[in-house]
Design a protein. Structure first.
Lengths: 98, 508
């Protein structure tokens, strides 16, 4: 299957991780080895085996629909990278050409 | 008995009788951290003032005649993945550098309510991804037995703090072996409870269907005392089990294995296993047999697929969980220059803030979950998860517990596996099946390998919610080995030339 540096760069963009050229050159062969190794799971994963997504057979765990205290706004904003007017300040969300 | 060499249970008695104060106990451990952590580097953050204030509060409550629990006034080293207000939580990552969480994890709350004195936060592989602490964004922790060796990971800081007598108790999280493998290579005790038995609320998530907080200690009874404080149903964690916590303390005090059926996993041995590890494991089996347990061999044929299944399921969950580090609400933000849009800021922040292993796993997860590959990778891995649970079910129909070496080798040398991710992953070969199936498991010290003089761990695995069996077997082994050695395994470190720098050999 051989992952190329370009493949890894594209996966990086999907995952919102900008990778340098050196990182791409190092990661591509490493990821290739790992993926080849993990592909062994297909050897035993027959059509008759049901998948397990979770160790506990729990479904639809609900709590009572009552209001509970939330964190204080100031306590949350204290950890924010940027704050303006009592809110999170974020970079612009629309591109120039949008 | 020296404060530093004492067990938590021993300190508890001394505190209750008034022979020592919680302040003296906390101060002795803070002094030990000052003296040896420059060599061991177990802690990312130590707050002596806070610890002493917590100790004073316990002393005041005791002086006022209040009835206190067994861990009131006992110091603890907390893996830096549990949120605690007033202290940074970094998860060993630069992307969270300096983050002070606005809330406590449920386990933090329970520890503080029990009067446990938190000394500080311990080093770990970034977001708990690794087997050596070499993936920490800050520094590598050293194994107290030999500071050129890894302390295990991801909870290497917590395990090293115990082995260096910097704390009698610690907590960790185990997603693929991050409590048990560090315990194994440092000669300490580590328990991964049944999945859902300990709350994940306020524990920074790595792989949510696998993450399990648990106790770390120097003795089986101490681990049980801590287990009973941190375990139990938590309505804030939707995967928490609403069932009574088994009597782990009673089991640790009993250590009776007469008539117990113990299954040796046939697949965990042979090629790739260090001879010194296999020798100590075999001796431990003989010890348990001598105590009246019946040893049988059990085959779990699908366990050999656990590692590849894990390295698909875990990165898939990682790629999803770590999406929260988006530079918007907390943590690092890079490139916010008024020109870059939000996606570019995310790209730059995550590129700068995550280390190599976090990036590897996020990208593998992104790949495994992408359309066209999903069925072959993630779908197949989920089927293997079913097969592993079936292997456990079949085995536990024949035996009470399963056993194996905790990890195939003793502590490897720092730097040895950093450029070979697959070799690093193999450290968790024997521990991963219990994470995939959600049953409980523990690592108990069983001696020093004759190859290199380093600790070997004995893994015990029990069915879901039968955590007490881990403690029963662990206590039996610990007690019998201690009577042969004239003390615990860490007493050998304390009194050996290799441990002289820890300055605890004279029993002070």
């Amino acid at each position: 299957m051989a992952l190329t540096a370009a493949d890894v760069a594209r996966l990086g963009e999907l995952a919102r991780i900008r990778l340098t050229d050196e990182e791409l050159a190092r990661l591509a062969p490493q990821l290739d080895v790992i993926l080849q190794s993990v592909a062994r799971v297909t050897e035993v994963a027959g059509a008759d085996v049901p998948p397990t997504s979770h160790a506990l057979p729990l479904t639809n765990v609900f709590r009572e629909d009552v209001v509970t205290p939330s964190l204080a706004r100031d306590a949350v904003l204290a950890a924010a990278p940027a704050v303006e007017d009592g809110r999170f300040r974020v970079p612009r969300i629309l591109a120039e050409d949008a | 008995m020296s404060i530093l060499r004492a067990t938590a249970a021993g300190l508890s008695d001394l505190l209750a009788s008034g022979e020592v104060s919680a302040r003296e106990v906390a101060q002795a451990h803070l002094d030990q951290i000052d003296a040896v952590d420059g060599s061991v580097r177990a802690f990312l953050h130590v707050d002596g003032e806070r610890a002493l204030a917590a100790a004073d509060a316990v002393d005041a409550r005791r002086a006022a005649g209040e009835e206190l629990g067994p861990l009131a006034g006992i110091p603890l080293a907390m893996k830096d993945i549990f949120t605690m207000t007033g202290a940074p939580t970094t998860c060993g990552s630069r992307i969270l550098e300096g983050w002070i969480p606005p809330y406590n994890s449920t386990i933090t709350e329970r520890l503080l309510d029990a009067g446990v004195v938190v000394l500080g936060k311990t080093n770990m592989d970034e977001f708990a991804m690794g087997s050596s602490t070499e993936n920490s964004g800050y520094f590598t922790t050293h194994n107290p037995w030999d500071t050129t060796k890894i302390p295990g990971g991801s909870g290497g800081g917590s395990a090293a703090a115990l082995a260096a007598f910097e704390a009698p108790l610690a907590i960790g999280t185990d997603t693929g072996g991050s409590i048990r493998q560090p315990a194994s290579v440092t000669g300490t005790v580590g328990v991964k409870p049944t999945y859902g038995a300990t709350s994940r609320y306020g524990v920074v998530a790595m792989a949510s269907s696998l993450d399990t907080p648990g106790p770390c200690a120097r003795t089986v009874l101490d681990a049980a005392l801590l287990h009973s404080v941190i375990a139990g149903w938590d309505p804030r964690d939707s995967t928490s089990i609403n069932a009574p916590v088994p009597d782990v303390i009673g089991a640790a005090r009993s250590g009776d294995v007469a008539g117990m059926r113990i299954g040796v996993v046939r697949e965990f041995g042979g090629e790739g296993y260090q001879p010194g590890v296999e020798q100590r494991f075999a001796e431990a089996l003989a010890v348990l047999e001598g105590l009246g347990a019946e040893i049988v061999e059990v085959s779990c044929p699908n366990f050999e697929y656990a590692l590849p299944a894990y390295y698909l399921i875990m990165p898939s969950e990682v790629s999803s969980n770590l999406a929260r580090f988006d530079a918007m609400r907390y943590g690092l933000r890079v490139g916010d220059d008024g020109v870059n849009g939000v996606e570019e800021v995310m790209n730059l922040t995550r590129g700068a803030g995550f280390g190599a292993e976090a990036k590897r796993r996020i990208i593998i997860g992104t790949y495994a979950l992408s359309s066209g590959y999903y069925d072959a990778y993630y779908g197949s891995a989920q089927k293997v998860r079913t097969l592993i649970s079936r292997d456990f079910d079949a085995a536990f129909a024949q035996v009470d517990v399963l056993v194996s070496p905790t990890t195939p080798t003793t502590a490897f040398t720092i730097g040895e596996r950093v450029d070979d991710p697959l070799a690093m992953y193999k450290a968790d070969l024997c521990t991963i099946p219990s994470n995939l199936a959600g049953n409980c498991a523990a690592s108990i010290p069983c001696g020093l390998s004759l190859d290199d003089g380093l600790p070997v761990g004995f893994q015990v695995m029990a069915p879901p919610l039968a955590d007490d069996r881990l403690y029963r077997v662990g206590a039996a082994l610990e007690r019998e080995l201690a009577s042969r050695w004239g003390g615990g395994l860490l007493d050998q470190l304390a009194t050996s030339p290799a441990g002289a720098y820890l300055k605890v050999g004279d029993g002070r």
